[in-house]
Design a binder for this molecule. Structure first.
Ligand code: MN
Length: 240
């Protein structure tokens, strides 16, 4: 049996091929997994669990059926879908995990994270992150009409795209010291995250030992999955 990890699908109705691949993944490989972990940016945007969007409703229904079939699904917020809340969790049956979250898998200690908190070189973004993860800020936003929230999300997305285009690759990636510190603080053998859209497996020297950092890829051009079982861990692309 295998535990599966995915992140950064950025699901939206404008890119239906990603959702189709995800639904196919649920029906095939994932259907007999031990568990499925979704490590953030599952949706391209999320303005509140009360959004009646028909496309999101389809995805929620599929998650519900998948969970009901007996495979536990764990969800961690990304920087796009951090407004996913308890109503989404109860509608779909997924369990929301804090970021970061330490788990024990097949005898290994693993720290799961979306990954944006590790990008400490982007000081401006970290300020926004602190503000938007504040429950009081979120309650204030959720009190606004849905139309206003959708407009805010569209504006934030355009701003983020314009900003990313002007930032260097180094600033957009994880900070090496933040990675070491996080691994040391949580005393884990492996750090598994997404967010940077730079899939890979890296060795990390932490004090007198070696840890591993595994990075999931995005689903823009193909799927990306980490498969984990008693024999070890594997990062793969899933062509479509
Ligand atoms: Mn992200």
């Amino acid at each position: 049996m295998t535990t599966l990890f995915i992140s950064d699908l950025h699901l939206e109705s404008d890119r239906p091929e990603i959702g189709e691949q995800f639904l196919d993944f649920l029906e095939t490989e994932a259907s007999d997994a031990d568990a499925l972990y979704i490590l953030g940016d599952f949706f391209e945007a999320w303005v509140g669990d009360d959004d009646p969007d028909a496309y999101y409703a389809t995805i929620k229904q599929s998650l519900r059926e998948f969970v009901d079939s007996g495979v536990p699904v764990y969800f961690m917020h990304g920087n796009r879908d951090f407004m996913i809340g308890d109503r989404f969790a109860s509608e779909t049956g997924v369990e929301i995990l804090p970021d970061p979250c330490s788990v024990e898998l097949y005898g290994k200690s693993v720290l799961l994270s979306h990954g944006d908190a590790l990008c400490t070189d982007d000081v401006e973004y970290q300020k926004v992150r602190t503000m938007t993860r504040n429950p009081e800020w979120q309650a204030m936003i959720l009190a606004k009409p849905l139309e206003e929230r959708l407009a805010m999300a569209a504006h934030a997305r355009a701003q983020s795209q314009a900003r990313s285009a002007n930032l260097s690759d180094e600033i957009m990636d994880v900070n090496a010291d933040a990675v070491k510190q996080t691994i040391a603080d949580h005393d884990v053998e492996i750090l598994l995250h997404g967010h940077t859209h730079r899939p890979g497996i890296h060795g990390v020297e932490v004090g007198d030992r070696f840890a591993k950092r595994i990075v999931l890829g995005d689903w823009y051009e193909q799927g990306s999955v980490v498969r984990w079982d008693e024999d070890g861990v594997e990062l793969s692309e899933m062509p479509r």
